[in-house]
Design a protein around this ligand. Structure first.
Ligand SMILES: NC(=O)C1=CN([C@@H]2O[C@H](COP(=O)(O)OP(=O)(O)OC[C@H]3O[C@@H](n4cnc5c(N)ncnc54)[C@H](O)[C@@H]3O)[C@@H](O)[C@H]2O)C=CC1
Ligand SMILES: O=C1[C@H](O)[C@H](O)[C@@H](O)[C@H](O)[C@H]1O
Length: 334
């Protein structure tokens, strides 16, 4: 039984504790912590988590904690991940891995020093059955080489404190990971465009934005990003190949016909849209840790997404593509 400590008892922290406690075989949440101790206490009571630590650092250092799940705020991921890796503990870190390329490189260097993979990053879309099928078709060669990806990431709301740059580092980071995974390629250059702003968005940050990317083999990606105020939580992805296209399926929804209208319901956030992906992702991680061989999204994947995000945010307002330069990929991640 893998004894897990969870840092961050907010929206996804509670979701992951619930699935680790009641759904994922071989996992036991033995401790939790939060910046607000009362949040940790309430969560522990809700899910019968035996121990609450005052800080994330204490939880990481606790001998009873064999593996750490990080579901705290984005800007805390680097320090917690590095601290856990330095102790040789397994880490599941929600996206993003870190907010700068140098922080990601520090985590990579520590993992290389430890001589084994210790980190999985929460890029759960790879485990979504729709995206997984798309990847299977691309890799089969049935439609020839992939040439382009058109994607949309539309959100209804964002939390307090959201800023323009987080549209890339927190939201579009999913497309930055899933597109390079689908194409099996790395990014060469990137540009973010500000478009005519939606009258519905009055919170002071850019909305919508458009992300443009080119990969090493010349494939092109465009992502429409509505960080908030959209009609629903709507994730679209189409891969255009030499002989045809593949579209991400919409989540199943009943079709209602009434009063001369035909309608289906749309979701409003990530929790239900990717519930299956989160379940599979965490079960895969626990299983991989027990087997001693991580196969999910690595620190390298966290770094690759972070480097692209950094170039995108630096390109804002320049009307130009900026190059994406990466360090050499260590053998640990080949
Ligand atoms: N993979 C996915 O689809 C999703 C990933 N996320 C990621 O999960 C993380 C949490 O997101 P949410 O649950 O939506 O946020 P949230 O704000 O609901 O929860 C964050 C929790 O962490 C605590 N916290 C913040 N800083 C901390 C620190 N330094 N040490 C300990 N606790 C700290 C807060 O008090 C709060 O209880 C974020 O990094 C976000 O990017 C969130 C939603 C979906
Ligand atoms: O990771 C996520 C979610 O998956 C949503 O797509 C985003 O809108 C959210 O802001 C982010 O935390």
């Amino acid at each position: 039984m893998l004894k897990i400590g969870v840092i961050g008892c907010g929206a996804i922290g509670k979701e992951h504790i619930k699935r680790l406690m009641y759904l994922v075989p071989g996992a036991q949440v033995v401790a939790c912590a939060d910046f607000y101790p009362e949040a940790a206490q309430k969560t522990a009571a809700m899910f019968q988590v035996p121990t609450v630590y005052q800080t994330g650092e204490e939880l990481i250092g606790a001998s009873e904690v064999e593996a750490v799940v990080i579901t705290s705020a984005d800007d805390s991921h680097f320090a917690y991940t590095l601290a856990a890796v330095k102790l040789g503990k397994q880490v599941f870190c929600e996206k993003p891995l870190a907010l700068t390329a140098s922080e990601c490189e520090e985590i990579i260097a520590e993992e290389v020093k430890q001589g084994r993979r210790l980190v999985q990053v929460g890029f759960m879309r790879r485990y979504d059955p729709g995206y997984a099928k798309m990847k299977e078709i691309i890799d089969s060669g049935e439609l020839g080489a992939p040439l382009m990806i058109h994607a949309c990431h539309r959100n209804v709301f964002q939390s307090e404190g959201f800023q323009t740059e987080m549209g890339i580092t927190n939201v579009a980071i999913h497309e930055l990971d899933i597109c390079r995974w689908l194409l099996g390629d790395e990014y060469k250059k990137a540009q973010v465009l500000k478009v005519k702003q939606s009258g519905r968005s009055t919170k002071g940050y850019d909305n919508p934005q458009i992300v443009l990317l080119e990969t090493e083999d010349g494939s092109r990606i465009d992502v429409e990003l509505q960080v908030c105020d959209a009609y629903g939580y709507d994730i679209q992805c189409q891969v255009v190949c030499e002989k045809g296209t593949i579209n991400l399926p919409d989540p199943a929804s009943v079709i209602m016909r009434a009063e001369a209208r035909c309608s289906t319901e749309l979701l409003t956030d990530w929790a239900k849209r990717f519930i299956e992906a989160y379940d599979i992702e965490l079960a895969d991680w626990v299983n991989a840790v027990e087997k001693g061989e991580l196969t999910g999204p690595s620190s390298w994947d966290g770094y690759a997404a972070c480097v692209a995000a950094d170039a995108l945010n630096r390109s804002r307002g320049t009307e130009t593509f900026l190059p994406i330069e990466m360090i050499e990929k260590p053998g640990l991640y080949q």
